[in-house]
Design a binder for this molecule. Structure first.
Ligand code: ADP
Ligand code: MG
Length: 311
């Protein structure tokens, strides 16, 4: 017999017991109830993934569940927030039990890893679209905002740039002799949750690299009304991406490809000694607006552009 809307929610999304101390009431009533400790602010974000726009039709549902939650937790991480709960709005063409079981597994496994409760959502029928709202806590007045970069700050990223972009190229038909790492980065990104929290009180501005470094750092520059110069030689680039650049000449991939979900942040030189998270220094914030790249002895202007939905 086909699953009803309530049967579906009960079967796939209610397995998680309430664990987070903020959750007073989880799934099953008209609203969830949350209680937060004093001295914190609530950080809230939402992200939607639409079939054929954000993911290919036929994408492995377990990986999709993981990625949907990961991209939302990444937004919390970029503000320095600790995730507490999530809501899930599903629009499904049909109630396919195999698909739902795998999707819920990928989604809830990641939630469990960060002690995040699924506290509610909505389930409707229609073309496949998945939305998460994520809630986190950040110490009052200390969130890492895009607007806080200062001239003289050093710019850092937490990990490799361009591998997820290479994963996408591989899915689109590019032949790579060692595709596994890049595909994993594209399909199963790791949100930098602990790192974001560890940057509170140390970093000035922070953003997660979802649309490409040039575009996302560009948001920091715009909001902070500053510029930046990046140093090509210091960008963390994997052997696979280096191989791709050597084969195609497309050296801009690590600067323009999205989906890496590393954090890009700025730190004043006085605070650099306090940095304990794994990261790579890639450039410096300047007073003069604009984004530049130092490469092979010359300084090139870079467009602050990445993936956009509407042109
Ligand atoms: P209402 O009609 O009052 O909005 P629903 O019938 O949509 O309530 O949902 C019943 C309960 O199940 C609510 O607590 C809601 O938050 C939860 N819920 C619905 N869909 C999901 C989902 N996909 N994941 C988690 N919880 C869900
Ligand atoms: Mg509803």
């Amino acid at each position: 017999m086909a699953l009803s809307e309530f049967g579906l929610i009960e079967r796939f999304f209610c397995q998680q017991t309430v664990k987070n101390t903020s959750t007073r009431l989880g799934i099953g009533d008209d609203c969830a109830l949350l209680a937060f400790p004093p001295g914190f602010e609530l950080a809230i974000t939402t992200d939607t993934m639409v079939e054929n726009v954000h993911f290919f039709a036929g994408t492995d549902p377990e990986q999709l569940g993981h990625k949907l939650l990961a991209v939302n937790l990444s937004d919390l991480a970029s503000m320095g927030a600790k995730p507490v709960s999530i809501m899930l709005a599903l629009t499904l063409p049909k109630a396919d039990e195999g698909w739902l079981g795998a999707f819920a597994k990928g989604f809830l496994n990641l939630a469990k890893r960060y002690n995040v409760d699924l506290i509610g959502g909505d389930t409707t029928s229609g073309p496949l679209a998945l939305t998460v709202q994520a809630l986190g806590l950040v110490p009052q007045g200390q969130a890492l905002m895009r607007s806080s970069a200062k001239p003289g700050d050093f710019i850092y990223v937490t990990g490799l740039l361009g591998d997820a972009g290479l994963g996408l190229k591989i899915k689109q038909g590019y032949h790579c002799s060692d595709p596994d790492g890049a595909l994993k980065r594209f399909n199963c990104p790791t949100p930098q949750v602990e790192t974001g929290q560890a940057l509170i009180g140390i970093a000035h501005a922070c953003i997660d690299v979802s649309d490409g470094l040039a575009a996302d750092l560009g948001h920091i520059l715009q909001k902070s009304q500053v510029g930046a110069c990046l140093d090509w030689e210091t960008l963390p680039i994997s052997a696979a991406v280096q191989g791709y650049i050597a084969a195609t000449g497309d050296w801009q991939l690590p600067l323009t490809a999205g989906d890496d979900y590393e954090l890009c942040f700025t730190v004043s030189p006085e605070k650099v000694a306090q940095l304990t998270v794994p990261c790579h220094k890639i450039g410096v914030i300047e007073a003069q607006p604009g984004l530049q790249l130092r490469k092979s002895g010359t300084v090139l202007p870079l467009e602050m552009k990445g993936f956009e939905h509407f042109y």
